[in-house]
Design a binder for this molecule. Structure first.
Ligand SMILES: Cc1cc2nc3c(=O)[nH]c(=O)nc-3n(C[C@H](O)[C@H](O)[C@H](O)COP(=O)(O)OP(=O)(O)OC[C@H]3O[C@@H](n4cnc5c(N)ncnc54)[C@H](O)[C@@H]3O)c2cc1C
Length: 213
């Protein structure tokens, strides 16, 4: 029943950085589960992603940002399934990066950050930043977007985005670290992800992977 549809023109994400090999194509189930520590939702929220929900009353399309309501809670009714995940092609001169900080390969991240940028020369034309594992749902750092849009991506602009990420994060202390530690960590991930996304938007091949403790 489930049919995940990533557009054939590959976004400039390195998909191998997401989950382990056997989980990389399990997108519909991951979104339906809405685990706050999952990788896919954070990444796909930086792109224009819609989720098709199929039930006895027919099919409807829900933007991913509205699909995830809370931890382990989605817009799906009890009799609906995810039938399709639609990801739109990013504009020309776009690049993205997803970085997760993990204690080891098979565990969920302590914190993660996804960034998608469109550049116009040295100027950022569009940007989306989403934090993972530092709240009950993926957190879109909306305050950072106007700070980066229309400006040159320099250290000052990145620092402002990092400050916004610190403010937007809502982590809980647990076995993976204290709330304060996760807040600091996610800021560092945002900084690094912005830098990589800019380089990819300029056409550079940048190899990155999960970061391990
Ligand atoms: C050892 C291990 C390591 C993992 N590592 C990672 C990781 O690094 N990163 C990460 O993001 N995730 C990780 N996961 C979680 C994994 O990503 C998800 O379990 C997987 O993506 C879910 O996809 P699935 O299709 O297998 O769904 P399932 O695991 O089969 O289902 C998950 C939930 O969603 C429901 N469901 C499944 N498909 C649909 C559908 N089409 N419509 C509605 N509901 C549906 C199921 O009923 C169930 O409640 C890990 C899981 C395990 C067991």
């Amino acid at each position: 029943m489930q049919k995940s549809k990533l557009h054939p023109r590959r976004p400039k994400f390195q998909l191998s950085a997401i989950a382990r090999l056997e989980l990389r194509t399990r997108i519909g189930g991951s979104l339906a589960e809405a685990d706050p520590s999952g990788d896919w939702a954070a990444v796909l929220m930086t792109l224009q992603t819609d989720v098709r929900c199929l039930g006895p009353k027919g099919e409807r399309t829900v933007p991913l940002a509205n699909f995830i309501k809370d931890a382990y809670t989605t817009e799906l009714a009890h009799d609906e399934l995810v039938s399709e995940v639609i990801v739109r092609i990013p504009a020309k001169n776009s690049g993205g990066a997803y970085l997760a900080f993990k204690r080891s390969a098979p565990v969920y991240p302590t914190a993660s950050a996804a960034v998608q940028l469109t550049m116009d020369g040295d100027t950022c034309r569009d940007v989306a930043i989403v934090l993972g594992c530092v709240g009950l749902t993926p957190i879109k750092v909306k305050e950072a977007e106007p700070m980066l849009r229309g400006v040159q991506i320099n250290d000052k602009a990145i620092s402002a985005a990092v400050e916004s990420a610190h403010a937007a994060a809502d982590p809980q202390s647990d076995m993976r670290g204290s709330a304060e530690y996760k807040r600091t960590l996610v800021g560092a991930l945002v900084k690094r992800a912005i830098e990589i996304a800019v380089r990819r938007a300029r056409g550079e091949q940048v190899e990155v992977s999960h970061i391990y403790a």
